[in-house]
Design a protein around this ligand. Structure first.
Ligand SMILES: *Cc1c(COP(=O)(O)O)cnc(C)c1O
Length: 295
């Protein structure tokens, strides 16, 4: 199988009042433009998994996620595009929603799994696929070494240098790839990780095994807005304002929180004048469709 893995993700300068007032330049790495459903960092995390499966002659991707997982939809859409069968173990009792419908349209087979059984993913895989040499295991959220490797390319593709690079974090795998690439390429950029869940400081421990060196980076744990997938009127108001003035759509779960952090720090004069800041737009735009009633 030939995989054509060329995708479009430009770096764009974006103009928004607070940055202009403070003489700061904001750029966005548009990983959201990679694909409507294999979006952003989920593509980065899948890429080396697809290459490995393909090299092993395995044509059936088997993965795991919750009923609203961007990773499930990305895997379904990547499977149909690149000629893999796809199966997902979905956490919890059977439900239907627009994300799962899109997974099914892309040909993904869904197996709803009790929360208890879901905890042991290797066992689930073995129970259903140990007899099937064509099946390739991809962990929940695409996590793993291949994912970290793919995320390094967000940095190696960059065409200019930045003082700060910001990214929203869930598991921190994407951040680990970014930190490693900054380190390996000896860039001066300061990486700032914005956890979207409460207690995000623990991500430091989670990503440590993925880091090549003991690199410096910042983790800001005050921009979770109540926790994973939680929002506040202030966050929603900011997303509306930002999108209406820039044309760049942010989602309330990940990218909205990261961009909020950047503008909040700019307001507080955290950045020196003439700083260049890059926000990694990790995609996830589909997530906004389930939350439109908040806007
Ligand atoms: C999954 C996801 C993230 C989180 O990535 P991690 O590698 O788990 O930190 C960030 N942004 C978007 C849009 C996502 O879908």
């Amino acid at each position: 199988m030939m995989l054509n893995l060329q995708f479009y993700s430009p770096e764009e300068e974006v103009f928004y009042p607070v940055f202009e007032q403070k003489n700061i330049r904001l750029f966005v790495k548009r990983d959201d433009l990679i694909h409507p459903f294999i979006s952003g960092n989920k593509w980065r995390k899948l890429k080396y998994n697809l290459l490995k499966a393909s090299a092993n002659q395995q044509n059936h991707l088997v993965t795991f996620g919750g009923a609203y997982s961007n990773h499930l939809l990305a895997t379904a859409a990547a499977g149909s595009k690149f000629g893999f069968k796809t199966t997902a173990f979905v956490r919890g009792e059977e439900v239907n929603n627009s994300l799962l419908s899109l997974c099914k349209i892309h040909g993904m087979h869904l197996i709803f799994t009790s929360r208890d059984a879901y905890k042991n993913k290797k066992q689930l895989f073995d129970e259903h696929f140990s007899h099937n040499p064509k099946a390739y295991f991809i962990d929940e959220g695409g996590a793993g070494k291949e994912a970290e490797l793919g995320c390094r390319e967000i940095i190696t593709e960059l065409k200019q240098n930045y003082d700060y690079i910001f990214c929203a974090a869930g598991t921190g795998t994407t951040s680990a790839g970014i930190i490693n690439a900054i380190d390996l390429n000896k860039l001066d950029s300061i990486f700032v990780m914005v956890p979207v869940l409460k207690g995000g400081i623990f991500l430091k421990n989670d990503i440590e095994p993925l880091l090549i060196n003991n690199s410096n980076y910042l983790l800001l744990d005050q921009y979770h807005f109540g926790g994973y997938a939680k929002t506040t009127p202030e966050l929603i108001q900011f997303i509306k304002d930002f999108t209406s003035k820039t044309g760049i759509l942010l989602d309330p779960v990940y990218t909205g929180k990261a961009m909020f952090a950047i503008q909040d720090l700019a307001q507080q004069d955290f950045f020196k004048a003439n700083s260049k800041i890059l926000m990694i737009h990790t995609g996830g735009i589909f997530g906004i469709l389930g939350m439109l009633d908040k806007f």
